[in-house]
Design a binder for this molecule. Structure first.
Ligand code: PAF
Length: 274
């Protein structure tokens, strides 16, 4: 595996790869969720490039940019063992220039739910993902469904800018109790971890309702809120179609149920695609 820190070194390393490239962009502190993206990329491509870059432009003032978990040595080992060809770990100076051109998230879909709570977050995320996709030269790029709104916006960006890459949505990976894996889970104490399970439990409750024939989204949301009482604060429960329009009735095959809540310090998000 080649570990490269500069754009020039990445370009050089890529010259040695023949065949298709799968790309997995990350902010590091890799866990089993990232590993499953890497494994899928390995299966579907001749080569895999992973990036680890804690992107400053997607953090808002007062968010955890400084304290965001950084585990560079462990990340290198994980990528090496997973058979990654190139690990790209750039600095901010490599990625950004002064007064540069910006990508803006769409005015509605980029500013509801996560975008409403974190205004500007998706602008920075799209900016860096555009750069990373272009640098990787990959035919396919792998993103988890856990960040559902991020995934949908990236797909929209690829469509809007006629980008020549296929975005592959990948399933959410959970621990044995059902908690969706996230690098920010390290912030949770044991007690908070058990209360954090109410997010996935609320989604299970929604599944149960739907299986029993309940399709009214207001009723389903109310059932979910009962389970979410264990969290410190529910930020939203939303039931939308795959384009993030609110739904009154569940549409099987075209629905995402999303939840965001605070448990202790971190904001947790989870969702279910049905
Ligand atoms: O999901 C993430 O880890 C980040 O938002 C991403 C896509 C790597 C861009 O910084």
């Amino acid at each position: 595996m080649r570990v490269v820190q500069t754009i020039d070194a990445l370009k050089e390393a890529k010259k040695k790869l023949a065949g298709s490239i799968g790309f997995v962009p990350t902010m590091g502190a890799l866990h089993k969720g990232h590993l499953s993206l890497i494994q899928q990329a390995k299966q579907e491509n001749d080569h895999v490039i992973v990036s680890v870059f804690v992107n400053p432009t997607q953090f808002l003032e007062g968010e955890d940019l400084e304290s965001y978990p950084r585990k560079e040595e462990a990340d290198k080992k994980i990528c090496e063992l997973a058979g990654v060809d190139i690990l790209f770990m750039p600095s901010s100076d490599q990625m950004y220039e002064k007064d540069e051109l910006k990508i803006a998230a769409p005015a509605i879909r980029g500013y509801i739910l996560e975008g409403e709570r974190r205004p500007g977050h998706f602008d920075g995320m799209l900016q860096v993902v555009m750069k990373l996709l272009n640098l990787s030269g990959a035919q396919k790029a792998y993103f988890g469904k856990k960040d559902a709104q991020q995934l949908v916006l990236i797909m929209q960006m690829v469509k809007t800018y006629f980008m020549n890459v296929q975005i592959v949505p990948c399933e959410i990976v959970r621990d044995e109790d059902g908690l969706a894996l996230s690098s920010r889970n390290v912030y949770l104490s044991e007690e908070e971890k058990s209360r954090a399970l109410s997010l996935s439990k609320s989604l299970k409750r929604a599944t149960k309702c739907i299986m029993s024939g309940e399709l009214d989204t207001k009723t389903i949301k109310n059932k979910m809120l009962e389970v979410l009482k264990e969290t410190d604060r529910v930020e939203y429960v939303a039931i939308v179609d795959r384009e993030f329009n609110n739904l009154k009735q569940i549409e099987l095959g075209n629905t995402i149920i999303l939840v965001a809540a605070r448990v202790g310090k971190p904001r947790l998000i989870d969702n279910l695609w049905i």
